[in-house]
Design a protein around this ligand. Structure first.
Ligand SMILES: Nc1nc2c(c(=O)[nH]1)N[C@H]1C(S)=C(S)[C@@H](COP(=O)(O)OP(=O)(O)OC[C@H]3O[C@@H](n4cnc5c(=O)[nH]c(N)nc54)[C@H](O)[C@@H]3O)O[C@H]1N2
Ligand SMILES: Nc1nc2c(c(=O)[nH]1)N[C@H]1C(S)=C(S)[C@@H](COP(=O)(O)OP(=O)(O)OC[C@H]3O[C@@H](n4cnc5c(=O)[nH]c(N)nc54)[C@H](O)[C@@H]3O)O[C@H]1N2
Ligand code: SF4
Ligand SMILES: [Mo]
Length: 776
């Protein structure tokens, strides 16, 4: 028997774990209470032995023998040699016919799977191959918190300083289900006296313990954020020094064209134009140099935050107002009473929340899937970010901090791509500020390229996990696209409905049969500088191999071995950690992980400013304007108005038992949540003659889905929340498989309305109606 410390890699929480192995089998996984994650754990982690030893595991490479689209692909076991030769030949053939970019590399989510173990290497393979295109659901997942926020802050949103915060604001984020280590830290903060505000259409998880639970109507978060911000501005409840010194709020905006008012000045490099502020003490306009964040005038400059005025440009009068004034006016469009009508949150709560944010700082916040699955996700995220900026807590102790994390070398290999290739990423022309800027492709753009050769042909897919037929709304185009591919290779531990269209399936070792590296657990200083090498506790079952091993082997076959340490994975790992100051041997000696004792700088903007075009928090974004989008969050027209036919608001969420479309065949988990549920308020149910446990239909303008009614008063009467990811049977419990057309949440969502900046789908807040099923 062996007990091995590590962490559970099945989701973002990465809970410290102790695995017990007996007679070559994983028999138990339990929490490691000494780990920075503090003993958090969940049912999925405990069920890991069922996952590892599931009889559904794919244990050998398998080639299809029957045409795509037939119910049975006729899988035939092949050798690794045959499999790798086939994969390399077909990928090369696609590249020869249409260029390397015609092969797309797919990857499942590192937040809800263990693919984080190989995430960088998978990107490196794509880039070494010469393709910029990685199909990855980031636009509905982490994009908004990790990247879109750079439009406002120049960086991701960081993580809450749980130990010192005075007030936590969780917005469309339910860590009790999705990140238990965070939920635990939040409860500790609360016990210490911190206040808690939760914005969620459902009163779930920490919402029950919150000082304010704001039951927002799905999809109307932006309006709510602006309304709260408006209250704070109107009452002077914001950090004026921070906003004046560190936001671009004082910059003057021309009323005629919405651009920053600029003035020409001589510089050593020639004449240049600089934006301006109004110095309220000296009563004159002063130029501002965004390259260094300083004014071109003698200090002290006292920039006005509010004001309308007329300046002159080449003798012509130019009406201007400060960017902050523009923002304040935008917020003032949503006084609490008006906002309440749009977002369902009582005006009183909007006011109380504004006061709470002002009085109980430092404030830290987190938003996640509730926001990033909306048709205006980028602007909603920005509205919340700007509300947060008002608190002045950004990167301050007790606020949202960019904690120092172990410095890993980036092995994603963007440098291996030929020049200009990244600019060819599918979707880049339409959404230059979105995921395509990093090479990430939506399933919509992927399908379009395959079916219409727009903007160029795509004929190959090499995917590491993922199940977009269940997790994305474009099944109707994705199925023909998968059928039309010259080659589709899918590497996974299990088959899934998407993989059923593959030409070749490669068996992936489970996370307990391979190593993984975690650099930081996003839990305060100690939890963020933690470096841990998770060790394999079993040998790979059957002929399965880790994703990393598959990447390295495929690279060799493709003649790209020189970029992969000539096949030596250990050398690769050494390179990854080379700058941490810790050796591979050290990490192996400490399976429980090591604190690197790193110092977090806090308020690093004091030294470097913000990494934005104006060197400050961008209340007003010319970058968005240049991309044809609103420089300030704008919610005047509702992106998805409800109608008489579809009067309810549909939304979706995660449940503790499963990650997305996975794990439904594991008896322990399926026993706890055997059938797809839809939560609705008893009053709404009553109107339709629906009772607890009835099968009902949820209708939208594009589809219908069936689920069992689950009554709760902890949801607004006009909101219904349905589950997604149901397809798999559980033979041990005699529970059925589910049809992709009739039980698939994402068939209720259209693929035409999406966030223009990022491509996020409107999975939250979609207009719908419900009816009781007579028979399913
Ligand atoms: N158990 C489990 N854990 C997971 C995962 C999983 O699948 N299962 N997946 C992992 C991944 S990939 C991710 S991205 C994270 C996501 O983590 P979370 O963001 O916490 O995930 P969700 O439950 O999808 O959404 C959070 C909350 O948003 C609420 N919500 C729904 N519509 C709206 C809306 O319009 N506005 C607002 N404000 N809230 C809304 C839902 O009721 C839900 O409680 O979880 C990770 N952890
Ligand atoms: N309606 C609705 N749809 C959603 C969401 C929602 O909240 N509601 N959430 C969205 C979010 S946040 C996300 S991230 C996406 C997720 O979308 P997907 O990435 O498609 O996620 P899964 O359905 O979890 O599919 C994961 C597949 O990868 C396999 N896998 C797991 N671990 C590994 C590994 O280590 N290596 C390899 N090679 N394969 C592995 C699993 O066995 C499974 O087959 O779904 C999105 N779709
Ligand atoms: S929450 Fe559950 S699945 Fe996620 S890491 Fe922790 S134990 Fe694993
Ligand atoms: Mo996600």
């Amino acid at each position: 028997m062996g007990e091995i410390r590590g962490y559970c890699p099945l989701c973002i929480s990465k809970c410290g774990s102790i695995s017990t192995v007996e007679a070559g089998r994983l028999v138990r996984v339990r929490p490691d209470r000494d780990h920075p994650t503090g003993g958090s754990f969940c049912v999925k982690g405990r069920a890991a032995p069922e996952l590892v030893h599931s009889d559904r595991r794919v244990l050998y490479p398998m080639m299809r023998t029957r045409p795509k689209g037939e119910a049975d692909p006729g899988w035939r076991r092949v050798t690794w040699d045959e499999a790798l030769r086939f994969a390399a030949d077909r990928m090369r053939a696609s590249a020869d016919a249409h260029g390397a970019r015609s092969v797309v590399f797919g990857v499942t989510t590192p937040s809800g799977t263990a693919v984080a173990d190989a995430f960088g290497w998978i990107h490196r393979l794509a880039h070494a191959f010469g393709s910029p295109n990685v199909l990855f659901a980031t636009e509905n997942c982490n994009w908004h918190k990790d990247y879109a926020s750079a439009l406002t802050f120049g960086s991701g949103i960081g993580s809450p300083d749980f130990e010192r915060t005075g007030c936590l604001l969780f917005w469309g984020f339910n860590p009790s289900t999705t990140w238990p280590a965070y939920a635990r830290a939040a409860m500790e903060a609360k016990r210490r006296g911190a206040r808690l505000i939760v914005v969620d259409p459902r009163q779930v998880g920490l919402a029950s313990a919150a000082d304010q639970w704001l039951p927002v109507r799905p999809g109307s978060d932006g309006v709510l954020a602006l309304s709260i911000a408006g209250e704070m501005i109107q009452n002077g409840w914001f950090d004026k020094d921070f906003i004046a010194r560190w936001s671009n709020g004082p910059l003057l905006v021309r009323v005629d064209n919405g651009r920053f008012m600029t003035v020409e000045r001589a510089t050593p490099a020639g004449m240049r134009r600089f934006p301006m502020v109004w110095d309220s003490e000296r009563r004159r306009a002063v130029a501002y140099d965004p390259t260094c964040g300083e004014y071109l005038d003698e200090p002290p400059v006292s920039p006005a935050l509010f004001g309308d005025l007329v300046l002159h440009d080449q003798g012509e009068p130019v009406p201007c107002r400060t960017a902050f004034q523009c923002f304040a006016e935008r917020c003032a469009r949503y006084p609490p009473e008006r906002a309440a009508g749009r977002c369902g949150v009582p005006a009183r709560q909007i006011r109380e929340t504004a006061r709470l944010l002002h009085e109980s700082g430092p404030v830290s916040y987190f938003h996640w899937a509730g926001i990033c699955q909306q048709a205006d996700a980028t602007q909603s995220g920005r509205a919340i970010g700007l509300l947060y900026a008002l608190t002045g807590s950004l990167d301050a102790p007790g606020g949202n901090v960019r904690f120092a994390t172990p410095h890993l070398n980036d092995i994603a290999g963007f440098d291996l791509l030929p020049p200009d290739r990244l600019a060819m990423t599918l979707g880049r022309t339409e959404r230059p500020l979105g995921p395509p800027a990093k090479g990430w492709v939506t399933s919509r753009d992927f399908a379009r390229a395959v079916l219409e050769s727009e903007p160029y042909p795509v004929s190959g897919l090499m995917s590491f996990g993922a199940n977009p037929l269940l997790t994305k709304p474009n099944t109707p185009t994705l199925v023909p696209a998968l059928c039309a591919l010259d080659v589709y290779i899918h590497a996974d531990m299990f088959l899934n409905p998407t993989a059923d269209y593959a030409d070749l399936v490669l068996p992936v070792a489970s996370p307990w049969e391979r190593t993984g590296l975690a650099a930081g657990f996003q839990l305060g200083e100690r939890g963020s500088d933690w470096l841990q090498l998770r060790q394999a506790v079993l040998s790979p079952l059957g002929e399965s191999r880790s994703d990393t091993a598959i990447v390295f082997a495929l690279a060799e076959r493709l003649g790209l071995g020189e970029h992969f340490f000539d096949g030596n994975q250990r050398s690769g790992l050494r390179e990854v950690i080379a700058r941490t100051g810790v050796s591979l041997e050290d990490l192996e000696r400490h399976p429980e992980g090591l604190s690197l004792g790193l110092q977090t700088p806090y308020r690093s903007y004091l030294k470097d400013g913000f990494q934005t075009p104006t060197c400050r928090v961008e209340i007003y974004s010319e970058t968005l304007m240049d991309a044809g989008l609103s420089p300030l969050p704008d919610f005047e027209s509702e992106s998805l108005p409800s109608s008489d036919a579809f009067p309810l608001r549909l939304t979706t969420a995660k449940w503790p038992h499963y990650c997305h479309s996975q794990q439904h065949a594991l008896p322990t988990l399926r026993g706890k949540l055997p059938e797809p549920l839809v939560e609705l308020h008893p009053d709404t149910a009553k109107q339709q003659g629906i009772h607890e446990g009835d099968w009902i239909s949820i209708h939208s303008a594009v589809g219908t889905m069936h689920a069992r009614a689950s009554m709760t008063t902890r949801i607004a009467a006009d909101t219904v929340c349905a589950q997604y990811g149901w397809w798999e049977s559980c033979s041990r419990l005699g529970l059925p498989a589910y049809d992709l057309d009739r039980f698939n949440y994402n068939r209720l969502i259209d693929d035409e309305r999406f966030d223009p900046a990022s491509g996020s789908n409107a999975m939250r807040g979609y207009p719908c109606s419900i009816s009781r099923d007579v028979a399913v």
